[in-house]
Design a binder for this molecule. Structure first.
Ligand code: NAD
Ligand code: UGA
Length: 465
């Protein structure tokens, strides 16, 4: 088996950056180079200012201090990194297609294909190619086909090694994974050798019994299924939150009670304004598309309902704001606390905050927004993508704060959209004094359920209670 001395990762994003940082930390004898077409992103990864990395993840900056420019490099020299590496991870984005066949459902594989063609173009020796991105089942056959014409001069082994980290906890997830999944060609000696080579990289810190190898199609499909099952639990509890509001049951108590059943388990039963993030929706839509393409319409409908319920939850939350605020928010100052799709990340992709903000803007509310890790540029960009407004128009409807100074002055309502810990420790008595009366708090995360805001005087509304 070839000794692995150089590894390249194409795609310096939320997965490529943290994953390679941890691999480099644990494999000091291997040189890792993360490459990207985005020069600005690479410059940010190389910046001395560790507070300004393109990805905010607790613990990431500390790992970079130990690895960067030692055995971990960030570069735009894609050809060179591919040429030198024995293993190439593909970790580029695979968004939902926004055009043509499969629009709105299928994964757009153009970035995956571009990487594969680049590898075919520049490789001069054998390579192990690892699918790290989340891909539709059977993508490996496409990659193989593209590389086929080159196989007289180099041999390629394709592995699927999906990533299961969650943002905000990426480093602890990578350091203590529930499992590492490696799919490959288990029927040939070369395939098994490639699986072994990749497995050894993880064995530096992951117990062997947590490294699972399967056939490549099972591995590709398992990633989509894992995300679908996780998202399904959130939609399930969110559906019950609506029933709780109608019956005076409390969704937090119901979740606690059912979660104690070990067969159900406690995790992922937190009712919320709706799940966000770059993956749950995209991966379920992709699963739906795949099922439909095999004429499995009942299967497709079943999983699509997870998305429909999530959309319903966001609208339901917005409608409650309108109902409680006497049917109008026009010209009212509404504070949005949180913009990221969950706490401890700066990622805003598919954040429920974007949908809620859009609906409130359509009702002519004046939005005053604060998120500890998201800046004005990002928020404006998110709203431009979601609405048809130009930048100047959006800036006339929102104000973004960098601290909570004056944020609450004369506000009619506070809407909590991300569960940042610091929101709990705010002085809510003082906030109440600063606001218009009656003062409303709509808590899309049930974050302040123990702060007893009603006794301060707020009109407090959580989810499912
Ligand atoms: P991202 O958008 O943060 O990063 C992708 C990077 O790839 C970008 O910087 C982009 O410039 C680069 N890129 C695109 N095409 C390229 C090319 N041809 N050559 C070089 N660079 C190129 O995406 P992400 O969040 O890191 O997700 C990457 C993949 O991992 C997706 O398939 C996603 O579904 C999957 N995934 C994401 C997460 C997560 O938490 N974000 C977790 C597990 C799996
Ligand atoms: C999710 C999965 O948890 C990861 O295993 C997977 O690797 C990743 O998607 C991916 O493929 O991208 P992530 O989206 O980063 O990770 O974060 P989650 O913790 O799963 O949260 C997703 C969304 O669901 C967030 O908006 C969160 O607030 C919401 N959520 C989560 C709830 O509303 N309730 C819960 O109980 C849990």
């Amino acid at each position: 088996m070839t000794k692995i001395s150089k590894i390249c990762c194409i795609g310096a994003g939320y997965v490529g950056g943290p994953t390679m940082a941890v691999l480099a930390l644990k494999n000091t004898d291997i040189q890792f180079t993360i490459v990207d077409v985005n020069q600005q992103r690479i410059d940010q990864w190389n910046s001395e200012d560790l507070d300004n990395l393109p990805v905010y993840e607790p613990g990431l900056a500390e790992i970079l201090t130990q690895t960067r420019n030692k055995n971990l490099f960030f570069s735009t020299e894609i050809d060179q990194a591919i040429k030198e590496a024995q293993i190439i991870f593909i970790s580029v984005n695979t968004p939902t297609k926004s055009y043509g066949i499969g629009k709105g459902y299928a994964a757009d594989l153009k970035y995956i294909e571009a990487c594969t063609r680049k590898i075919a173009e520049v490789a001069t020796d054998d390579k192990i190619i690892v699918e790290k991105s989340t891909l539709p089942v059977r993508t490996a056959s496409t990659i193989k086909e593209i590389l086929h014409y080159k196989e007289s001069s180099c041999q390629f082994q394709i592995l699927s090694n999906p990533e299961f980290l969650a943002e905000g906890t990426a480093i602890t997830d990578l350091l203590n994974p529930d499992r590492v999944l490696i799919g490959g060609d288990i029927h040939t000696a070369e395939g098994r050798a490639a699986i072994q080579s990749l497995s050894e990289i993880y064995e530096k810190w992951v117990p062997k019994d947590k490294i699972i190898s399967t056939n490549i199609w099972s591995s590709e499909l398992s990633k989509l299924v894992a995300n679908a099952f996780l998202a399904q639990r959130i939609s399930s509890i969110n559906s019950i939150s609506a029933l709780c509001e109608a019956t005076e049951a409390d969704v937090e108590e119901v979740a606690f009670a059912i979660g104690k059943d070990q067969r159900i388990g406690e995790k992922f039963l937190k009712s919320s304004v709706g799940f966000g993030g770059s993956c749950f929706q995209k991966d379920i839509l992709n699963l739906v598309y795949i099922a439909r393409s095999y004429n499995l319409h009942e299967v497709a409908d079943y999983w699509e309902q997870v998305i429909l319920l999530n959309d319903y939850q966001k609208v339901r939350f917005f409608q409650n704001i309108m109902k409680q605020m006497h049917g109008t928010v026009s010209e009212k100052k509404i504070v949005l606390l949180g913009w990221a799709f969950k706490k401890n990340t700066n990622d805003t992709r598919e954040s429920a905050a974007i949908d809620i903000a859009k609906l409130l803007i359509e009702e002519q509310a004046q939005l005053h927004i604060f998120d500890p890790k998201v800046n004005e540029k990002q928020i404006v960009q998110d709203l431009m993508m979601k609405t048809n407004f130009l930048q100047e128009e959006i800036l006339g409807k929102i104000k973004v704060y960098t601290s909570i100074n004056q944020l609450f002055d004369d506000a009619h309502a506070v809407v909590i959209l991300t569960e940042w810990d610091e929101f709990v420790s705010y002085d809510w008595k003082s906030i109440y004094q600063q606001m218009e009366q009656p003062s409303f708090v709509f808590d899309g995360r049930n974050l302040l359920k123990n702060n007893d805001l009603n006794s301060i005087g707020f009109r407090y509304f959580g989810i499912g209670r």
